[in-house]
Design a protein around this ligand. Structure first.
Ligand code: ITT
Length: 197
């Protein structure tokens, strides 16, 4: 069965492929369409932004499973920032490395010893009949004092999941894809899809 993921983020897309393709699903993205422009993310919540992305894809791929994902890192000592601003924390066109550098700087100014944080992920899913489903996943952990590891993407080099002593970027891809916020959400997505097959 096909799933269209409305994302321009290759890190997210690779993870969906790694998690869902072994289960027999085929993942498609905007790169498989001749013309598709990611819509502006001007919602005020993960769910609102996920819905904007999912609706844009549903408009061009009706009758398919479509998902929009909005995700981010919420740091307790920064009152939940960068949150929905995670992708653009250090500026509109910021690279992952710039966002991570800004995060470490803000934490050194504001966070004291409280380095607790969580990754969160909200999926808005449209089934082939056009019904909407909302799915969430999260992963709790702490922010490392410095970057460690080269795997993954985004804030992975500074995120240490609870009960681990390494960052997500130091893990094997398969290890991250068992525990991540995205893996939790994908598991619920699978139950939804298998229930409706
Ligand atoms: P799309 O909107 O095109 O899907 P995006 O990167 O802009 O791509 P988001 O608005 O959902 O996506 O922002 C998510 C950001 O949160 C992402 O760019 C990373 O900075 C961070 N993030 C989310 N999941 C992550 C993960 O598993 N590991 C590291 N960072 C993650």
């Amino acid at each position: 069965m096909d799933i269209w993921v409305s994302t321009s983020n290759s890190g997210k897309l690779n993870e969906y492929r790694n998690i869902l393709e072994p289960k027999g699903f085929k993942i498609f993205s905007p790169a498989d369409l001749n013309v598709f422009t990611m819509p502006p993310e001007d919602g005020d919540s993960f769910e609102a932004n996920a819905r904007i992305k999912a609706k844009a894809m549903k408009a061009v791929q009706p009758g398919h499973w479509v998902i929009g994902e909005d995700s981010g890192l919420e740091v307790d000592g920064l009152n939940g920032l960068p949150g929905i601003h995670s992708a653009r924390y250090a500026g509109e066109k910021a690279q992952d490395s710039e966002n991570v550098a800004k995060l470490l700087k803000m934490m050194s100014i504001r966070c004291g010893s409280n380095r607790k944080a969580q990754f969160v992920c909200t999926l808005v899913v449209y089934d082939p009949d056009g019904n909407e489903h909302v799915i969430t996943g999260d992963l709790k952990g702490t922010i490392a004092a410095k970057q460690m590891g080269t795997g993954g993407f985004g804030y992975d080099p500074v995120f240490i999941p609870d009960s681990y002593e390494k960052t997500l970027a130091e893990m094997e891809r398969s290890e991250k894809n068992k525990i991540s916020h995205r893996a939790q959400a994908a598991k619920s997505l699978l139950s939804l899809m298998q229930g409706e097959q």
